[in-house]
Design a protein around this ligand. Structure first.
Ligand SMILES: Nc1ncnc2c1ncn2[C@@H]1O[C@H](COP(=O)(O)OP(=O)(O)OP(=O)(O)O)[C@@H](O)[C@H]1O
Ligand SMILES: [Mg+2]
Length: 257
């Protein structure tokens, strides 16, 4: 069954056309990842799917129950954790809020204040706030980008498990190619307003980044992102976490000025 259908989407800001002729269908339960250089319109596409931005042309069909997790947790500091999770929901949502907190490993944190949380914990609260709404469409805008490498790996695993259990359609925006290949059923690269490549990832879970098939996906996606030796775009070097886990991503990239 289809969760999202976009046909002929165009979006411009003033004279600048950001998205042009986008067609996209996402199945229920599908994990879809969107890569692309900075400023290519990834967040704009998410905002259109969230109903926060209107397209200039084309049709966009998205399910009514949809929710977004951003790069930063966006918690209300004056409210305790559980109140943040159930923000805007009826009082009766309290039990579901506690269950969502338990699902993200934050049992017992309901009465804590946001200021007392680590970055990873705060982001898990944001995830619980999304989960408790039982979304048919989960929009993730670089949700792990601000986390340290090890926490990021743990969060990726948690999101993979939660999505496998709850089966929302997911759109993940990321700059981390390995993250996309690790988590997604399908990855696209957005470049100059349209999809430069669309790549199904049919590797079994858990995915091993040293698997030749994983490496092949990574290389192809990086080439579509314009990451080739001497291109002026440097892959970010790997980081070795204290546990001996190599937690940096060979597939992560950033543009150098
Ligand atoms: N409300 C707006 N008004 C004018 N221009 C906008 C607006 N929102 C986005 N833009 C422009 O549209 C382009 C795409 O922005 P968007 O935030 O979607 O990029 P992005 O792919 O998410 O980038 P990043 O990877 O840096 O987050 C940018 O050039 C941005 O300046
Ligand atoms: Mg963005």
């Amino acid at each position: 069954m289809t969760a999202v259908r976009i046909e002929g989407l165009r979006k411009a800001f003033g004279a600048k056309t950001v998205l042009d002729g986008i067609d996209l269908e996402i199945r229920r339960g599908e994990f879809f990842a969107l890569l692309g250089p900075s400023g290519t319109g990834k967040t704009t596409l998410l905002r259109i799917l969230a109903g926060l931005e209107l397209p200039d042309a084309g049709t966009v069909l998205a399910p009514p129950r949809r929710t977004t997790v951003y790069q930063e947790p966006r918690l209300v500091q004056a409210r305790r954790v559980l109140a943040n999770v159930t923000l805007g929901l009826p009082r009766s949502a309290g039990d579901a809020g506690l269950a969502a907190l338990a699902e993200v490993g934050l049992e017992g944190y309901g009465t804590a204040w946001p200021a007392t949380l680590s970055g990873g914990e705060a982001q898990r609260v944001a995830l619980a706030r999304a989960l408790v709404r039982d979304p048919e469409l989960l929009l993730l805008d670089e949700p792990f980008a601000a986390l340290d490498a090890l926490t990021r790996l743990q969060m990726q695993e948690m999101v993979a498990e939660l999505c496998a259990r709850h089966r929302p359609a997911v759109v993940l925006v990321t700059h981390d190619v390995d993250e996309a290949v690790r988590l997604a059923d399908r990855v696209v690269v957005l470049r100059e307003g349209s999809f430069a490549v669309e790549q199904p990832i049919d590797l079994p879970a858990p995915r091993d980044r040293d698997d030749p098939a994983f490496i092949a996906h990574r290389s192809l996606l990086l080439s579509h992102l314009g990451v080739t030796p001497g291109s002026g775009v440097t892959p970010r070097s790997g980081v070795t976490a204290g546990s001996g886990v190599t937690a940096g991503s060979a597939g992560e990239y950033r543009h150098t000025p």
